[in-house]
Design a protein around this ligand. Structure first.
Ligand code: HEM
Length: 243
């Protein structure tokens, strides 16, 4: 008897897509929190920056660590996007079918899927620009350097689009992951699905609010600070030789 060989590739691709998505979603949750340190003070954001540059470990700052981290995140980002592309609607006709289905049935999960496709597409461009800059200009991060990038280098509008896209994409993605890998199979799937959806909405509102406030603060510093002395922030406590 001839045995049919099972094609394991689609399942493997699915697993890679889910795991890279989970890593990126956790990364972005941490990213927005760390970056919101600017809401506490200039000094706090500076300390977070030098922490990632290895200061508290080596006693000196190495922005190369941040470049390396950005390159690693960029690689995962590209892998995730590359695999996700096979789920994009292949033609306008396919897209219309899904959209009509979502609208006619008021099927919220299909609408969520459309939001994920659109925000994913937007991030192909906006996310790549940001990650490339972080990779190549890792030594230019800090309360003044970042604010200057937001205002003087006009990154503010791009960040706003990226923020909305990444927050929607990450939390809808986590909700769909939980659905897909069976976290909602408690006593009543309907009830747990509702709870997860509620949690997803709370996280979206929280992260959008926090990200917008941080961006507003960077913009305020960018507009009000006099950059004629350079982009470096001087900490009153930490004297940096190389900076
Ligand atoms: C290791 C990689 C990354 C590093 C080092 C990094 C670092 C930063 C820094 C320092 C800022 C503040 C503004 C600036 O200095 O230009 C910022 C802002 C931002 N980043 Fe990243 N980032 C990374 C990856 C990502 C990824 C993968 C995304 C999403 C796809 C992302 C989304 C954003 C958004 C939306 C903002 C604006 C923040 C806001 O609205 O509050 N970042 N990032």
């Amino acid at each position: 008897m001839k045995r049919e060989k099972i094609d394991k590739i689609p399942a493997r691709l699915d697993l890679i897509q889910s795991s890279t998505g989970l890593i990126l979603a956790l990364f972005i949750m941490g990213h927005i929190l760390f970056e919101a340190s600017i809401l506490i003070s200039h000094e706090m954001m500076y300390k977070v920056t030098i922490m990632f540059e290895g200061y508290y470990f080596f006693g000196e700052t190495y922005p190369g660590i941040v470049s390396f981290l950005a390159a690693a995140v960029f690689s995962i980002f590209i892998l995730h996007a590359g695999i996700a592309m096979r789920k994009f609607p292949a033609s306008y006709k396919q897209y219309r079918t899904i959209k009509d289905h979502a609208l006619s049935m008021k099927h919220e999960d299909s609408s969520l899927w459309i939001i994920q496709v659109v925000t994913g597409f937007v991030m192909f461009f906006t996310g790549s620009v940001h990650l490339y800059i972080m990779m190549t200009q890792a030594s230019n991060i800090g309360p003044y350097a970042s604010s200057s990038r937001v205002v003087e280098e006009l990154m503010g509008p791009l960040y706003l689009v990226l923020l909305v896209s990444v927050v929607l994409h990450a939390f809808i993605g986590l909700y769909r992951l939980a659905l897909k890998w069976g976290f909602m199979e408690g006593k009543s799937t309907k009830v747990s699905r509702k709870r997860f959806k509620y949690l997803m909405k709370i996280m979206i509102v929280f992260y959008l609010a926090l990200g917008t406030l941080s961006l507003a603060k960077y913009t305020y510093i960018g507009l009000s600070h006099d950059f004629s002395d350079g982009l470096r922030y001087q900490s009153p406590d930490i004297k940096m030789e190389t900076h």
